[in-house]
Structure formats: structure tokens, C-alpha cells
Design a protein around this ligand. Structure first.
Ligand code: KG4
Ligand code: ZN
Length: 337
């Protein structure tokens, strides 16, 4: 089976073609980052319009790159939610229209399931069951994964997502949008030991997160500092250490609670080098293993949607023609495969 995957939940148009036997045959990505940078964040209406402009040319390019024609495609997977409704509608309308025209099934994929399964695109793929830490710009979740569609959310953020906290703190430090990777870069120049940020919600049991306090702590720290470049780098480092430490504490707790030894991290923040290093160290100590997607598949992309869609379409799942976009959609409501 060969599947065309479409991702348009936020500010990236991602298209990919995956084959059950050959694996990933092509993937195309157009990032709208420059379009939104002037506004300091994603402008939903502009995002939708840009997806409309880019989606069909990218699908054509993906077909070319994979050296296949529409007759070679057996199903279409598109991101059905969660995300920005206008942006989701572009991918779901184009995906379902193409599937109707080509006489093949279409299926809506949960964006976070796409992130969660992204490490499966490479070897070695994690075997079930495992714990997944999903850390993106919109969500932070700890999930027990027993199989595809067998998800138990053990904890999630009660306020800002981890990526959102990175972006907001980066903004306070005068960095462009999206600031997560830029803050991480600035932190590399930071000296440790000048500042210490709190590790929110680690002093009580449970696996929920809270990151909005870190942003406030950052604002106060910046305000009372000398504002020099070195100081900003020191603050960036201290902030990053706090987020990484907090996530690592919660991962260890989730592994202990479930008795599992495999950890998957996925979503945009899983690209963070310090987070990867810290979790590698922790898993080595525990005699376990950490898995993450290749860098380009940590942030939004079409390949992860094509992969998740393939697993479900292969099992015979498909949408009705009247399927709706789902801006809000809980991960643990998905059917098992
Ligand atoms: O998964 P993603 O592409 O989009 C959502 O589904 O939300 O995640 C984007 C988020 C942004 O907040 C971005 O700043 C953050 O991931 N991010 C990072 C890094 N790379 C991306 N945060 C920290 N360190 C990074 N290296
Ligand atoms: Zn995402």
C-alpha cells in the first residue's frame, strides 16, 4: 500500500509519500516561518491562505520526487486535528477531494499521533509498549503507548506547552519567532550557575506539567538584570536547564510508575540537544533506551502523517466523506489498530 500524507495543522505545509514496503519515498516541506515572524507568532488567517497557495504544487512535487503517478497512490492521510481550524480545513478539503476524485480512501490523522509515531520512520524503531513524552508548540503530554491507537495520557500541561514556554521566553529575550531553537542556540553561549529557575510541579506527585510560571520567572529575571548579551545567554541556559530537568524528572517518574524501560520523545522540543543528552544519560542509568525522530521529523512534517495514516488505512480504517476537521481532539479517544 502507498499513502500520500498531508500536514497543514499550523504553519508548515508538509507532504509525503510512503510505501508499505519501500518506506518513505518523498517528503516536501514548506515552512511559513518568515510570513509570521513580523507578527511574533502564527496569524491563523495568513496560515490558511498560504496553505492554499502551497499545497497543490507540493503534492505535485512529492509525486515527482517519488517517481509515481496518481494511479500508484492507494490512500490519502491528512491531519484532521488538533490545530488551527482554517489551516486544518485546507488539508482535509484537498485530501478528501483528491481521494474522491482518485477513487481511494481518505483518513484523518491525529497530529499528536503523527508526532508520537515519527521515530518509527527510522531504525531502530521502538517496540511497544513505551512511554512517550510529546513536547510541541501546542501540547505537552506524557503517554503510555501499548500499540497504535492504544494511548493512555498519564499527564499533560495545565497551562503553556513546553514549546510555547520556549517561544514566549525567547520573545522576552528579544529573539525572533519561533524562538525555541534560537533560545537553545543562545543557551550554548551561557555560563551555568548564575541563575536558577524553579522546576514546576516536581515537588508533588503526578505527571502533569506547568510551564507558564517559568515565563513569568524569566520576565522578572530579565527585568532585574543588566540586559547584556552574556546575561541573556546565562538566562537562556538557566531556563532551558529548568525545562529539561523538569521533563527528565517526569519521564523518570512515568517509567518507574509503569515499569517500562523504553522512552520516546517527539514533537518540536524533542529537537533540543540538551533535552536529548539529559534523557540519554538518564536512560543509560536506568538500563533503558531513548528514541527520537530524526531532526527534520521532530517539528511538523508530512512524513509522520503519511506513516500514521498508512498504519490505519492498511487496517481498513477510513473516513466518511462528511468527516469534519477537529481543532480539539483528545489523543486517548482514537480507535486501536
Ligand atoms: O511540533 P511542532 O513543530 O509544532 C506543534 O505541533 O506545535 O513544535 C514547534 C515547537 C515550537 O514551539 C518551537 O520553538 C519548538 O517546537 N522547538 C524547540 C526546538 N526546536 C523547535 N524548542 C526548543 N529547542 C529546540 N531545538
Ligand atoms: Zn506538531
Amino acid at each position: 500500500m502507498r499513502v500520500l500524507g498531508i500536514e497543514t495543522s499550523c504553519d508548515e505545509t508538509g507532504i509525503a509519500i510512503i510505501d508499505e514496503k519501500k518506506g518513505l519515498m518523498s517528503h516536501q516541506l514548506y515552512s511559513q516561518v518568515k510570513l509570521h515572524a513580523d507578527y511574533g507568532g502564527v496569524v491563523p488567517e495568513l496560515a490558511s491562505r498560504d496553505h492554499v497557495r502551497k499545497i497543490v504544487p507540493l503534492i505535485k512535487r512529492a509525486l515527482q520526487e517519488a517517481d509515481c503517478s496518481k494511479e500508484d497512490i492507494d490512500g490519502i492521510a491528512y491531519t484532521q486535528g488538533p490545530g488551527l481550524v482554517g489551516a486544518l480545513l485546507v488539508g482535509s478539503s484537498v485530501g478528501r477531494s483528491l481521494a474522491y476524485a482518485w477513487g481511494i480512501p481518505a483518513l484523518g490523522v491525529h497530529h499528536m499521533e503523527g508526532h508520537l509515531l515519527a521515530p518509527m520512520l527510522d531504525e531502530p524503531a521502538p517496540a511497544f509498549p513505551f512511554i512517550a513524552l510529546l513536547v510541541s508548540g501546542g501540547h505537552s503530554m506524557m503517554v503510555k503507548v501499548d500499540g497504535i491507537g492504544q494511548y493512555e495520557v498519564l499527564g499533560e500541561s495545565v497551562d503553556d506547552a513546553a514549546g510555547e514556554a520556549f517561544d514566549k521566553t525567547a520573545k522576552l529575550l528579544g529573539l525572533d519567532y519561533p524562538g525555541g531553537p534560537l533560545l537553545a542556540k543562545l543557551a550554548e553561549k551561557g555560563e551555568a550557575g548564575h541563575y536558577r529557575f524553579p522546576r514546576p510541579m516536581t515537588d508533588r506527585p503526578g505527571l502533569d506539567f506547568s510551564f507558564s510560571g517559568l515565563k513569568t520567572f524569566a520576565a522578572n529575571t530579565i527585568r532585574s538584570s543588566d540586559g547584556s548579551e552574556q546575561t541573556k545567554a546565562n538566562i537562556a541556559l538557566a531556563f532551558q536547564e529548568a525545562v529539561v530537568d523538569t521533563l527528565a524528572i517526569k519521564c523518570k517518574r512515568a517509567l518507574k510508575q509503569t515499569g517500562l524501560k523504553r522512552l520516546v520523545i517527539a514533537g518540536g522540543v524533542s529537537a533540543n540537544k540538551q533535552l536529548r543528552e539529559e534523557l540519554e544519560k538518564a536512560m543509560q542509568k536506568l538500563g533503558g533506551k531513548v528514541f527520537y525522530p530524526r531532526l527534520e521529523f521532530c517539528t511538523d512534517n508530512g512524513a509522520m502523517i503519511a506513516y500514521a495514516g498508512l498504519q490505519r488505512l492498511k487496517a481498513g480504517q477510513k473516513d466518511e466523506l462528511s468527516a469534519k476537521a477537529k481543532p480539539r481532539w483528545s489523543l486517548d479517544s482514537l480507535p486501536a489498530v
